[in-house]
Design a protein around this ligand. Sequence first.
Ligand SMILES: C[S@@+](CC[C@H](N)C(=O)[O-])C[C@H]1O[C@@H](n2cnc3c(N)ncnc32)[C@H](O)[C@@H]1O
Length: 336
Amino acid sequence: MPRLPYVAVPKREAERARRALARESLLVRDVRVRREGDRVLFPVEDAEEAARVLEREEVPFELGEGEFESVSGPRSVEEVLRERLGVSCSVPYDVVGDVAVVQIPEELEGYEEEVGRAIMEVHKRVRAVFERGPVRGVFRVRELRRIAGEGPPVTEHREHGCRFRVDLSRCYFNPRLATERRLLADEVVEEGARVLDMFAGVGPITVILKRFVPGVRVVACELNPVAYRYLLENLRLNRVSARAFLGDAGEVVRLLGRFDYVIMNAPKFAHRFLRAAARVVRPGGRVVYYRIAGSVEEAFEEVRERLGGGVELESWREVKPYSPEESLFRLVVRVP
Ligand SMILES: C[S@@+](CC[C@H](N)C(=O)[O-])C[C@H]1O[C@@H](n2cnc3c(N)ncnc32)[C@H](O)[C@@H]1O
């Protein structure tokens, strides 16, 4: 029996909780939900995110960890591959809509098709699996090679109840930043703020802010024409409005007014645009700077070097580890 994190809710709230968790794809599939007295225990993929969803829905809950009975079939891709090939290793993959993107571990080189098929067996909604190659160029697009299933890596992904269409072979999109986007909306950007999403991609930050921050006004900028097309489509799909510009953020900012927040989600090259960003932040406004670095101090030093000693590190978060020595950090920097 697998051991999993769960949320326990009162029986009378169980249906409402189930719907809210299912909407965000947080319920673990293929395991049986458990009753315990007058509580129902839902096994969840991400306890932190599940807690956030239930808080939002005002459903009382408790977090815990326990064993759940498997309903059918194998639970994990690793288990399937261990059974079938006798190889035991972790297989990192992401599911984006009805497509999966997998990093083939060294131990499984030469077995790409089996890995793809195992993912499709475990995730019934996945129609095609792609092997991930390197991310290239300023558009930050990942090279992909189909190893199982059919069709191109064009899909529609759901996140926090929002819909994102994307062509993963021509645009950047990272489903692992879902929690970060929600925190940005819930904890950083204030109601009614004027925001510039400087490197908007297909629009996940813009859409999530518009959906969850009351009265926020967003201007989005993107250089990749394909991503820009999806950005417009995703604004429409989610029935939110934002001004969107196709072009180089460094140039486009000259045409715009002042912002309360400039969000710089381009961890590989945002440093080159710091001065341009600071010029369009109102006095006392914030630059929200994402950077891969060994420490937050190192990332902030880079900001100080470019923007001068008057800037202040208001808050920061380690978003996720990037390599054994480095992490992706989010810095909220107050500009004088
Ligand atoms: C790391 S991605 C982030 C996209 C989006 N914020 C997200 O979270 O999915 C950086 C984006 O910046 C775009 N980009 C690169 N150079 C740019 C520039 N000079 N001006 C505007 N956008 C740019 C890339 O095409 C890419 O979509």
